[in-house]
Write a protein that binds this ligand. Structure first.
Ligand code: 26Q
Length: 809
């Protein structure tokens, strides 16, 4: 690809690099060129590339150390990284070199890239955001460490059997991971359970069990190889791998119990992205990785500086949601119990060091733990949380809070079975609490955090999400990148906001045609892939209408499906009309225990089977559910999309980041005024986006007024027909009752406002059709989308965090 350019890392000359790969193949993979299989070449290519990266890595570490500056620590239970080969090659400017070196052995880089498993150590948006942030931190030359868990099994693989989701384990490490380095010297003992006993002036915690956390590092290369940062993921092992006396006494399982306990901590990513499971293992995972990270940060600081009191000048710790909230208590414990600080002094240091990002307003998704469980697992942390709580509540009382406000602010939920509230803990222990889009941040202040916000009115701030334009434009859409380059030059490669220059060319018909050609060839490539993997033939000249994201009721895949059924009905009733040919593409995973989400997947597949085999729609409508949606599939699908579906119930999607990726690749958005859609609309302009539906305020008002969906349904013939078709088994003749419950939910209360927004949604879809019929206008809109979403680069987001929260820029 032509976007490579000079890099600070010194790339070997092509023939040298070629020789290096062969040397690696022989000496580290243990194969000669004649015996090597494709997978051996794959391993050798990555190891050879890694060698090029390592010197920059050392150099970055040394530079940070010498400068004695502040480091950023990003704590996240999830990093949804995807593949790294293309990203690393492109960022250090070695794509051409690798291509040439492999070609010399008759190998194709694209084929090698396909061998890399997706590192799917995350559920969805939150995990992918962490991955984009790591890349932007390196790009902006900010010294940073990502801290998380090296799950042996990441996000499950999704198979569709007879239309139903089936979960299979993801074994990304099965053939080794050439990117990582085990750091045996960075190991920490992590305790659980036991008791707290008085000792001298203070107390000590004697845990009943221990596991060892060991760091495994992956280098993260920034754009143009300026800096290489570290993603440090923890793995677990027992202190005592086998109890030999037990083994020798014949208790073979008991002898290995500790091994099993340690393994289970890092075994699997919880595949739920809301309504926390509340299981003990999840809390153990959270504490395990948080404690290891905080100990590592404190050790590095004390080793360098000698004084824990200067921590806030040298470390900024960002908590990615509440999953690492226990960091507040762990940092307090280390300062008070291990370093002998007074509680009050420690508390000020803690707040100055830590900051917290909130990603959800859904009350059921706010993490809390039963107090008895928390106390049993982390008795000392429980004491510290009580001590923090009494301080906070004292402040609240002094500020004049009433009993209801005190109850809302408390770190302990006393309304039923007592629970520890992780969001309140993070809020109180941080100097900054941010939302991820403007609307979301305002709603935080008005709803879940209203009382905490009144008490600490300067703490909440907004940092609208962003995505890395390297992966989500340059790498996934080289054709479009070339067209943009020809139009406005190279500047946007280093500063995505320079895409704005495209505005002046938006009505240039020739540019429109070039953008459309690239889009078409991306659609052909996607159609080929779908033909090959699913056997479904798609017309690349149809409008590709895409909704890919986790399956959730609030994201309203169901609204899209109901509209699909209504459209199907209309096409069949009026075949003489001039319909715009559409391909409806769906993809996404459902949490294994989320019944309605799984039913939505089945419905999409049931509709697809019926529609795709109905000759009377004559290719005007096709429906595809792409199995196993993941980062790599997103990289194929997004560049091929014409229309981006961002249709959540207003007020429920914190930000969304897929919305940004689609617009950057020239898709138009149909969406509600929710999350970052609001800001996308402000930037691309009302004429270049299809907004529909109730606003967040209107949704809240409607719910408060006692909304009855039956009236709406009766008034809309299209809607009532579609709902009854689905409910009566038109798409599920083998089990006519299958969707009775799902449709019943819409009649009974319609919490997600599918019925309320239906007419507005269909009207917006017909405006989409009208725009599509005018290709010149459609293309101009697509260009205006590309031009105006450079601001949603994660470089901009990270620069804001760096300046306003971490104070490192
Ligand atoms: C918590 C406890 C127990 C088990 C699971 C969880 C859990 C795990 C993942 C809870 C939530 C998540 C993930 C949430 C998430 O992805 N949120 C999304 O974050 C994006 C980045 O900010 C936003 O763009 C999306 O709007 C938001 O839904």
């Amino acid at each position: 690809m032509a976007t490579d350019s000079v890099s600070v890392l010194k790339p070997a000359v092509p023939s040298e690099f070629d020789q290096h790969i062969v040397k690696v193949l022989r000496h580290r993979v243990g194969k000669d060129e004649r015996a090597a299989k494709l997978h051996d070449w794959y391993t050798a290519s990555i190891l050879a590339l890694r060698d090029q990266i390592i010197d920059g890595w050392f150099e970055s570490t040394r530079r940070t150390h010498d400068a004695g500056g502040k480091r950023v620590y990003y704590l996240s239970m999830e990093f949804l990284i995807g593949r790294l080969l293309r990203d690393a090659l492109s960022n250090i400017g070695m794509t051409c070199e690798m291509e040439k070196a492999l070609a010399a052995h008759g190998l194709d880089l694209a084929a090698i890239e396909e061998m890399e498993p997706d590192a799917a150590l995350g559920n969805g948006g939150l995990g992918r955001l962490a991955a984009c942030f790591m890349e932007s931190l390196a790009t902006l030359d900010i010294p940073a460490y990502g801290y998380g868990i090296r799950y042996v099994n990441g996000m499950f693989r999704q198979r569709i059997d007879d239309g139903w989701q089936v979960e299979l384990p993801e074994t990304w490490l099965a053939h080794g991971n050439p990117w990582e380095f085990e750091r045996l010297e960075s190991s920490y003992r992590i305790g659980f359970g036991g008791e707290v006993v008085a000792e001298g002036d203070g107390v000590i915690w004697n845990p009943a069990e221990h596991v060892e956390a060991t760091a495994i590092d992956t280098p993260v290369v920034g754009w143009r190889g300026k800096r290489v940062n570290t993603l440090r993921l923890w793995t677990a092992s027992p202190l005592d791998p086998i109890k030999l006396d037990a083994f020798n006494a014949g208790d073979h399982f008991g002898a290995l119990a500790e091994q099993v306990r340690a393994d289970s901590l890092v075994r699997v990513l919880y595949p739920a992205d809301s309504s926390p499971a509340g299981q003990e293992l999840r809390l153990r995972q959270e504490y395990f990785f948080t404690a290891a990270s905080i100990q590592d940060i404190v050790r590095r600081h004390v080793q360098y500086d000698g004084d824990i009191r200067t921590l806030p000048e040298k470390a900024a710790i960002q908590l990615n949601d509440t999953h690492p909230s226990v960091a507040v208590a762990e940092l307090m414990r280390l300062m008070v119990d291990a370093h002998g600080l007074e509680f009050n002094e420690a508390w000020e240091i803690c707040k100055r060091t830590i900051s917290y990002t909130n990603h959800t307003l859904l009350p059921e998704a706010l993490e809390s733990w039963p107090l008895p469980l928390f106390e049993r697992l982390l008795p000392r942390h429980m004491q510290i949380i009580y001590a923090i709580n009494s301080r906070v509540l004292r402040e609240a009382r002094r500020a004049g809070c009433d009993d209801a406000q005190i109850a809302a602010i408390s770190l302990i939920d006393e309304s039923g079975e007592r629970r520890v509230r992780m969001a309140n803990l993070a809020f109180c222990g941080a100097h900054s609490v941010n939302g991820v889009a403007a609307l979301h941040t305002e709603l935080m202040k008005e709803t879940v955090f209203a009382d905490l916000h009144r008490l600490y009115p300067t703490r909440i701030n907004n940092k609208t999400n962003g995505v890395t334009p390297r992966r989500w434009l340059q790498q996934c859409n080289p054709g479009l990148t070339r067209v943009i380059r020809d139009a406005i030059g190279d500047g946007f490669l280093d500063d995505a906001e320079k895409l704005i220059d495209l505005n002046a060319l938006a009505d240039d018909v020739q540019l429109g045609e070039r953008v459309a050609e690239v889009k078409r060839s991306n659609k052909v490539a996607l159609a080929d892939y779908i033909k090959k993997t699913m056997g479904i033939r798609l017309d690349p000249d149809a409008l590709f209408d895409v909704q890919i994201k986790r399956i959730h009721e609030y994201k309203r895949q169901l609204l899209n499906l109901i509209e699909t059924v209504a459209l199907y009905d209309q096409i069949r009733s009026h075949p003489e009309r001039d319909w715009v040919p559409r391909v409806k593409i769906f993809g996404g995973k459902a949490a294994p225990s989320y019944h309605n989400a799984k039913l939505v997947i089945k419905l999409a597949n049931d509709i697809a089977r019926r529609v795709n085999s109905d000759p009377s729609v004559g290719g005007l409508l096709k429906v595809v559910f792409v199995p196993n949606y993941n980062v790599s599939l997103a990289e194929r699908i997004i560049p091929a999309a014409d229309l981006s579906e961002q249709i959540s119930t207003a007020g429920m999607e914190a930000s969304g980041t897929g919305n940004m990726k689609f617009a950057l690749n020239g898709a138009l958005t149909i969406g509600t005024l929710d999350g970052a859609n609001v800001e996308i609309k402000e930037r691309v302009g009302d004429d270049n986006i299809f907004i529909f539906g109730l606003t967040a305020d209107e949704v809240a008002q409607k719910r408060a007024d006692g909304y009855d969906p039956r009236e709406v349904i009766e008034e809309s013939r299209e809607l009532s027909q579609a709902l009854s078709a689905i409910a009566s088994g038109v798409f599920s003749p083998d089990d006519p009752e299958r969707y009775a419950g799902l449709m019943g939910g819409i009649h009974a209360g319609d919490w997600f406002m599918c019925a309320a927004d239906f007419d507005s949604y269909t009207a917006a879809q017909r405006s989409v059709d009208a725009r599509w019929e005018d290709p010149v206008r459609w293309r101009a809109s697509a260009i205006r989308n590309i031009a105006n979403v450079g601001w949603f680069s994660s470089d901009r987001t990270i620069a804001e965090y760096a300046r306003e929260i971490w104070k490192v820029l």
